[in-house]
Ligand binder design. Structure first.
Ligand code: ASP
Length: 320
């Protein structure tokens, strides 16, 4: 299984075969996670540090679980409370991490590009757990695995990504991944919540939800990212739900076997009706969470193999 990357910073640098390599290995970890003994030693002896400069529930928990199930020593650094508040620069943080002999670093940061910057300063493998509006690669990979398992394939599907696309790193990573795997992607949302240079994405755009959902295989809902909005993007949450919230009536426009996805956290009654979210005949939201652990195990396993190979090569070079 080849995965020629030192870090996982985004979907952008990945090829279709890199994506397939992660998903195929993740399938094995789905089985391991369903077994009673959930341990492997793929990361034994390695140190994983999770640094979250922004809040997270699912992503941080699943990276932590993933590392522990693979035998790493996992530490969560509470960044909100730490020296970053005291004005420590990312470069100083990187020096600290190097001194601690970190092997895998999982980072979430509110600024687009910050994770990339950090990866250039540290000696370890870096995984982007979400940077600003830029990318959230493991979310797109877990979404891809969920779709592949539900639909039996990850190509030639019609997928509607709906809601607050402009502020969403989940949307961006998904548009990139689904495009690379040759799917038809539609973006559905009010003009105020669509990114400005939308033409360069190679997608179809709809402002009417019912039209946008017509005959799609997958309906992917997004959270309204209020923390990234600075005023008047929507008239009111009630009006937004009326026009863009997913309810049974709008979902009826999609294919009968269309699945419903949401990365979480959900605003029930704003972008999605709680009953649809909980309807296990349509919603795969819980499967997304399950796939999240497996995908993160696979990504860390592949990066750790490369890290060890690079270190072996360097050690042999020194000895020669
Ligand atoms: N949890 C996802 C993210 O971190 C989606 C969201 O917050 O709406 O981007």
């Amino acid at each position: 299984m080849s995965f020629p990357h030192r870090h996982l910073l985004g979907i952008e640098p990945l090829s279709p075969s890199d994506i397939t390599a992660i998903l195929d290995l993740a399938e094995q970890y789905v089985d391991l996670n369903r077994a009673e003994m959930k341990h492997s030693d793929a990361l034994a002896g390695l140190t994983q540090i999770n640094m979250f400069f922004e809040n997270s529930t699912r992503t941080q928990a699943s990276f932590e679980l993933a590392g522990k199930r693979l035998g790493a020593d996992v530490m969560n650094m509470a960044m909100q409370a730490s020296s970053i508040k005291k004005g420590e620069t990312l470069v100083d943080t990187a020096l600290t991490l190097n001194a601690m002999h970190t092997d895998l670093l999982v980072v979430r940061h509110p600024n687009s590009g910050a994770v990339d910057l950090l990866s250039q300063k540290v000696n370890c493998a870096v995984l982007n757990a979400g940077d600003g509006r830029h990318e959230h690669p493991t979310q797109a990979l877990l979404d891809a695995l969920t779709i592949r398992r539900a639909k039996g394939r990850l190509h030639r599907l019609s997928i509607a990504i709906c809601g607050d696309i402009a502020h969403s790193r989940v949307a961006r990573s998904n548009i990139l991944l689904l495009g690379k795997m040759e799917n038809r992607v539609r973006l559905v949302g009010p003009p105020t919540l669509l990114p400005s240079q939308i033409d360069q994405f190679g997608v179809e755009v709809f402002h009417d939800m019912r039209e946008g959902l017509r005959d799609v295989d997958v309906v992917m809902m997004l959270r309204l990212q209020k923390e990234r909005m600075d005023g008047g993007f929507i008239p009111s949450e009630r009006e937004y739900f009326h026009r863009y919230g997913l309810d049974a009536e709008k979902l009826a426009c999609a294919r009968d076997d269309a699945i419903v996805m949401h990365p979480g956290p959900m605003n029930r009654g704003v972008e999605i009706d709680g009953e649809i979210a909980d309807d296990i005949t349509r919603s795969v939201i819980q499967e997304q969470v399950e796939m999240g652990v497996a995908v993160r195990m696979a990504a860390m396993d592949l990066l750790a193999r490369n890290l060890r190979a690079a270190r072996d090569k360097r050690a042999k070079g020194v000895m020669a």
